[in-house]
Design a protein around this ligand. Structure first.
Ligand code: CA
Length: 225
């Protein structure tokens, strides 16, 4: 899951990017509206967090051009508490949700999660396969009722794979959702994370390598008697 935060306020931009990163999301933080506009023409995101008052191009214009080119990426608009007109404009122009500043970080994260869920076609936050259980809200993974502790990055990689059931994802597709621009990764990074996940989730699910194509999650086959 990769998010773009467009916010020129240093403290707020840092706070929201940081809490998202701590939750394991890949985050690109852009302070300038014009640069953000540019990035959105070639980089796709799962959610865009958009401030209205920005240097360069304002948030409303960014939203307008995004929707004008039929880009449906969910947008969470951040507005000043008193700016009711901004909120109405943003919602009319296709923003999916808004938060008035100042806001509670927990509410912000919950709203981002809700938008991410919707963008994945209403995918549930609870995924069960045999003795394997993934809970995206509680951030827990269980294999046969035993909780498996996963660092954030491994948890998000698992989430990316689970949210594309039956679809083979290649390393580039995974890396694009797992890492942001600032994160330099070698070609083997995904392999390393997948190897760790396989070890920890053995007996719960199988992460199958489709040679030359990528990875796909499958339930563990029942043991042959
Ligand atoms: Ca601003």
């Amino acid at each position: 899951m990769r998010l773009l935060v467009v916010e020129d306020d240093e403290d707020l931009g840092f706070a929201v990017s940081n809490c998202l990163r701590q939750d394991g999301y890949a985050v690109d933080w852009e302070r300038d509206g014009e640069v953000a506009e540019e990035i959105l023409r070639y980089q796709s995101y799962d959610v865009i967090v958009l401030d209205i008052g920005l240097p360069g191009i304002d948030g409303i214009s960014i939203l307008k051009s995004l929707r004008a080119r039929a880009d449906k990426t969910p947008v969470l608009v951040l507005t000043a508490r008193s700016a009711i007109d901004d909120r109405i404009d943003a919602l009319d122009l296709g923003a999916d949700d808004y938060l008035a500043k100042p806001f509670d970080v927990r509410e912000f994260l919950a709203r981002c999660r809700a938008l991410l869920r919707r963008s994945k076609g209403g995918a549930t936050d609870r995924i069960e396969m045999g003795g394997f259980l993934f809970d995206g809200i509680a951030k827990t993974v269980k294999v046969d009722d035993t909780q498996i502790l996963l660092p954030n990055r491994e948890f998000r990689l698992l989430e990316i794979l689970l949210r594309s059931p039956g679809r083979v994802l290649d390393k580039d597709q995974i890396a694009e959702q797992l890492f942001d621009f600032d994160h330099e990764t070698g070609p083997n990074a995904i392999e390393v994370y997948v190897a760790r996940l396989r070890k920890k989730l053995a007996g719960g699910i199988t992460i199958k390598t489709v040679r030359g194509l990528g990875y796909v999650v499958e339930p563990v086959a029942a043991p042959v008697a």
